[in-house]
Design a protein around this ligand. Structure first.
Ligand code: PLP
Length: 230
């Protein structure tokens, strides 16, 4: 099942790249394995998956020692400051930085571990009340503030687009995130890069690729639907 799903997603990625004149190698597929058992992750790993996305610190802590060392763990969910210390030495990237205080905590913990953490700023492009993330106006000021933190490297932006029936409805969201990243790039801020655009999920990753996504986060499209246990 997972193997077939991965093959299907891979085909769709290639088609979206072809349509938009992009190189397949410029898009990284992150397999969002939240709530899924370790056997499912291992199966995806056997099929070649190396990038896994999780949204809970606890789950990363449990799964991390059970998977091979070459797995790249991506923290994609809302991160509480008191939990940063558990993952700074484990994650390849934090996609969900949305406040100065969180960045300060990441800086402190990363300095203790003597590592530099690649991060993305999460932008709530559509302004949905229910979502975390910076408003569009907050992004540039926060980028400038975080740029001075030595153990943090801003590598781009992330957004979670609204849940829609027709992925075309989210095209403007992806276009807007791309535009913000170009605006920031033109400012040439020291210690800030904008080569990552993390956007697009199972329902809309093809449109996101057409609009410039360099990382897509696909969960149900690979692992099947999630059972929510409370
Ligand atoms: C769960 C999740 C995804 C994956 O969602 P699917 O619709 O299952 O592909 C992507 N990004 C974030 C931040 C998530 O929490």
């Amino acid at each position: 099942m997972i193997q077939e799903h991965l093959r299907h997603v891979e085909e769709k990625i290639c088609q979206a790249c072809d349509r938009s004149g992009r190189d397949r190698d410029d898009v990284t597929l992150i397999a969002v394995s939240k709530t899924k058992p370790i056997e499912d992750l291992k199966e995806a790993y056997r099929c070649g998956t190396r990038y896994f996305g999780e949204n809970k610190v606890q789950e990363i802590m449990e799964k991390y020692p059970q998977m091979p060392g070459d797995v790249k763990w991506h923290m994609i969910g809302h991160l509480q400051r008191n939990k940063v210390k558990y993952i700074v030495d484990k994650v390849a990237m934090i996609h969900s930085v949305d406040s100065l205080r969180l960045a300060q905590t990441i800086q402190t913990e990363a300095a203790k571990e003597q590592v530099t953490i690649p991060i993305l700023l999460e932008v709530n492009v559509a302004g949905e009340e229910s979502k975390f993330g910076l408003s569009v106006e907050e992004v540039i000021p926060l980028t400038e503030q975080i740029s001075t933190m030595k153990n943090i490297h801003i590598q781009g932006l992330m957004t979670i687009a609204p849940y829609v029936d027709d992925p075309e409805e989210n095209r403007w969201v992806f276009r807007e995130l791309k535009k913000i990243s170009v605006d920031i790039e033109e400012k040439n801020i020291d210690n800030v890069d904008m080569y990552v655009l993390s956007m697009g999920m199972t329902g809309d990753y093809e449109v996101a690729i057409e609009e410039g996504a360099t990382m897509i986060r696909v969960g149900t499209g690979i692992f099947g639907s999630r059972v929510h246990l409370l």
